[in-house]
Design a protein around this ligand. Structure first.
Ligand code: 13P
Length: 252
């Protein structure tokens, strides 16, 4: 059976002290509790703290991911961070396509395609986010929207490259609202997403690809999501910021 994956997306939260003490305490608690949570745990702190975070988790099974990369290799892009810079400090996972990046930073499919290419060039594992708006779901367009998002991004890549992806289904209306999708809604969408991978890449890849749910996961509803056949884990925002809450999600 596939290991469930729990990813903390801290977004623009936690300063140096909060980041380092969270990670040290997380390691300590997991070590002390000695309960087999059987999950792969990934934390995505802000850029300035990736190096120290990676250092703190070194030698543990926990991993660090970046929340973004620039689509170019290097050059005059003031304020941006490249894949090769991250690689040089030992980071090899990145979240791409998050709806907040699409909305606030105008990252359209063509830019995301370039970001994926550069991430693959440097051997990154990519957590690629897709999701529909409230308006689109209300009009029952969610399946077409998701199909389209995949068609114009992830589905450009070969079988060999797909092995570097996790997909995160994050309905935009559920992000940061406290109103998650029901686990039935999420399971239905995940089953659909898996069927698209089956059609495009065949059974082996569709079985293997991890499809995570994100959007108002908390310590009460996490278990229901993780029990679903096609939900391979969660991408957690708000409830990953507090250590006690995050631990409860890990042990769900
Ligand atoms: P929340 O868990 O705060 O809804 O955020 C989800 C998310 O955007 C994770 O990437």
């Amino acid at each position: 059976m596939k290991k469930k994956i729990v990813i903390a997306n801290w977004k623009m939260n936690h300063d140096f002290h909060e980041t380092t003490s969270f990670l040290r305490n997380l390691l300590k608690k997991i070590f002390e509790q000695k309960i087999n949570h059987n999950k792969e745990i990934i934390i995505a702190p802000s850029f300035p703290f990736l190096h120290i975070s990676n250092h703190i988790l070194q030698g543990s099974p926990l991993k660090i991911a970046a929340q973004n990369i620039h689509q170019m290799d290097k050059g005059s892009y003031t304020g941006e961070v490249s894949a090769s810079m991250l690689k040089s400090i030992g980071i090899s996972k990145v979240i791409l396509g998050h709806s907040e990046r699409r909305k606030f930073f105008c990252e359209k499919n063509n830019i995301l395609l370039e970001k994926i290419k550069i991430a693959l060039k440097y051997g990154f594992n990519i957590i690629f986010c897709i999701g529909e708006t409230y308006f689109e779901r209300n009009k029952n367009q969610q399946f077409n929207v998701i199909k389209d998002q995949l068609k114009h991004t992830v589905f450009h890549f070969s079988e060999n490259e797909i092995k570097f992806f996790h997909i995160a289904y994050e309905p935009i209306w559920a992000i940061g609202t406290g109103k998650s999708a029901t686990y039935q809604q999420a399971q239905k969408m995940h089953e659909f997403i898996r069927s698209l991978f089956l059609k495009k890449y065949g059974e082996n890849i569709s079985n293997k690809i991890s499809i995570l749910y994100g959007g108002s996961i908390n310590n009460f509803n996490a278990k229901d999501f993780f029990l679903q056949k096609d939900i391979d884990g969660g991408l957690i925002g708000n409830f990953s910021l507090n250590l006690e809450n995050f631990l409860k999600i890990i042990y769900s």
